[in-house]
Design a protein around this ligand. Sequence first.
Ligand code: CP
Ligand code: NVA
Length: 319
Amino acid sequence: MSTIKHYLQFSDFTADEYAYVLERAALIKKKFKGYEKHHTLGDRTLAMIFEKASTRTRVSFEAGMYQLGGSVVHLTTGDSQLGRAEPIEDSARVISRMTDLVMIRTFGQEKIERFAAHSRVPVINGLTNEFHPCQILADIFTFIEHRGSRDTAGGALSSLQGKVVAWVGDGNNMANTWLQAADLLGFTVHLSTPSGYEVDEKLAFGGKTPRTGCYKVFKDPLEACKGADLVTTDVWTSMGYEAENEARRKAFADWCVDAEMMASAQPDALFMHCLPAHRGEEVEAEVIDGPQSVVWDEAENRMHVQKALMEYLLLGRVD
Ligand code: CP
Ligand code: NVA
């Protein structure tokens, strides 16, 4: 119905668009650190719709939009008509007539797609059961910041080429999004998930055949970490799956990132976690609080990359 650019999953952008957005995020971060004004979205309004809890996504989008000179409207299921069964299509028609951009955190991906199909303005996925593209955007920015170089031929993204990301844990929204990123940007994901919690390849790649070698499956999480440049994990039970908590606690007991796993990775391997984390479950405290962990930069970078993302969706390339 429209040519509006949305950001509903990682594969919605090309590698070239990522190169631009990441470069722009670096500039935006530098200006933020130098207390320099960057009001490119003055008078623009972002609507944020949360059907699940959030700390980082809310703070990063809200603070980020104000820093760009705009303002925000915050809605949750409990305090809007969304919780009283107003159709998502009608909500999209109404909200997008009064705001310039919408960020949604919800359950099924089909819900955000239906919203986008009836929206007059760009829609951003702030997490669904299937994908979490803003988080992987921040993770890639963080990896480049710590281990990449902006000066290599081909730009910062070329520092990801051939790298190995070890995913230890649930085949969830984060895992699906890492796979999409690996397919597009030329790195490999070593996937290790407990049996019964594997990634659904059809869902992750939307039925498209992925690039050969973009991921490899390992039964043993320690094997998956061998030689990795980045080791990453996530909660055993994602939001919306709480009823499975007990079964998951048993199934995931061996999928805890520990010092042995980190030692089997590259000596300069990084550790990331989208947070919130549960020390002693998916990660040992000595890893997440240890010297290879970059989780606080990762969290902060959500804001910088999302500022660049919002700018790009509303203004396109500005330099
Ligand atoms: N990583 C992340 O999306 O955190 P929140 O759930 O706190 O937004
Ligand atoms: N996979 C987690 C990520 C939280 C930011 C969830 O969906 O709950």
